[in-house]
Design a protein around this ligand. Structure first.
Ligand code: TXA
Ligand code: MG
Length: 341
């Protein structure tokens, strides 16, 4: 058991956390997307601690984080030209590229795969911390497996208290949903998980971008998923989330017929004026960007509020909205009610 400390990101504390990493410990790390649970990607014992602290299935690979593009060639066996161009355009930032792994990455880090997901975050503190560690950093989202990802140091504390020595506090994450994960195919690039870098962003650099079918549909646990993470239950608050798709009027009609005192509504900020007084309602933004930033925060808040059932408005799936839609669909275990426009 650790007495888990939330540390201000001073140079001394960054060095302290880097020392912990070099001693084989794991720590909470901020990034622009969500907080990560960081370990030395080369240290099998440390990586094992990450899987244990999260309760994560061993076949779900970790993303390896770097502080400089140059580190890419140490981790990947081959780097296609398009990957180099994408790195130059979008790193540091919320883009993870799956590439054939070099022998330096242990199989435990890559979940037994011969590929590795690599990302260079834009977050200043993350970059300083990775540099101070002097090794690539394996870091999944710092939540207990299946729970909403953490977007504040406090969320990490709530899930990891006692299990890790320290969390570097880098304030609230600005993107709020995890990075876009892509892999490379003959025809171009396949998006395995949508995130802050959109299909249109990628099309600025590569000619062909396809969306994996697992983004919008359920992947069977027994199937071989392109991205193992897609098989597992995800982003779930304790409360049951149900998506209600349709106009605001039809949404309100449906929920008034199907609610009790412990039911909450999850709506858009621009619905505010039309929500009748007296209903339990939380708001998760208007634009897709705001919804991305707020989604996990709101899902965690609903548990704190003691919600038993949540009816959520369905977000737009355009641009960054695709990431929001992908996450909320999983938070709701694909439970969608159609009420009409
Ligand atoms: O924004 C992010 O990506 C955050 C921050 C901390 O960087 N990290 C994150 O990691 O979301 P995690 O472990 O929660 O999600 C990684 C996802 C999983 O769905 C995993 O299956 C997929 O990326 N992934 C990782 N390596 C892969 C690989 N070699 N092939 C296919 N999918 C991979
Ligand atoms: Mg995760």
């Amino acid at each position: 058991m650790f007495d888990t400390k939330i540390l201000k990101p001073s140079d001394e504390n960054i060095d302290l956390c880097a020392t912990l990493i070099n001693q084989g410990e794991i720590v909470g790390m901020p990034t622009e997307t969500v907080y990560g649970l960081a370990a030395n990607a080369y240290d099998e014992k440390a990586v094992k601690k990450v899987f244990a602290a999260k309760g994560r299935p061993a076949d779900n690979p970790l993303i390896v984080h770097i502080a400089e593009i140059d580190m890419l060639s140490e981790l990947a066996l081959e780097v296609p030209e398009s990957a180099r161009l994408l790195a130059e355009k979008f790193w540091g930032g919320p883009l993870t590229m799956v590439l054939p792994k070099s022998g330096k990455i242990p199989l435990i880090t890559s979940g037994g795969l011969d590929t590795v997901g690599i990302r260079m975050p834009s977050h200043d503190i993350a970059r300083s911390f990775i540099k101070a560690c002097g090794v690539p950093i394996a870091a999944p989202s710092a939540n207990i497996s299946g729970r909403p990802s953490p977007t504040t140091a406090r969320h990490v504390f709530d899930d990891m208290n006692g299990k890790i020595p320290a969390i570097l506090d880098g304030s609230e994450c600005t993107v709020g949903v995890e990075s876009t994960v892509i892999c490379f195919e003959n025809e171009g690039v396949r998006i395995l998980r949508p995130g802050g870098i959109t299909k249109d962003d990628l099309l600025m650099v590569v000619d062909n971008v396809i969306l994996d079918k697992g983004i919008l549909s359920e992947v069977d646990i027994t199937e071989k998923a392109a991205s193992p993470g897609m098989k597992y239950k995800h982003y779930s608050p304790k409360t049951r989330v149900i998506l209600v798709n349709g106009s605001l009027d039809n949404f309100l009609k449906y929920v008034s017929d199907n609610s009790d005192d412990e039911t909450f509504l999850m709506c858009f900020d621009n619905d505010k004026d039309k929500i009748p007084a007296g209903l339990n309602c939380v708001f998760y933004g208007s634009s897709s960007k705001e919804q991305a930033k707020n989604l996990f925060l709101i899902l965690r808040k609903l548990d704190e509020l003691g919600a038993k059932k949540v009816y959520a408005r369905v977000p737009s799936a355009e641009g960054v909205g695709l990431a929001v839609y992908n996450r909320i669909l999983r938070a709701a275990s694909f439970d969608v009610v159609e009420v009409g426009e």
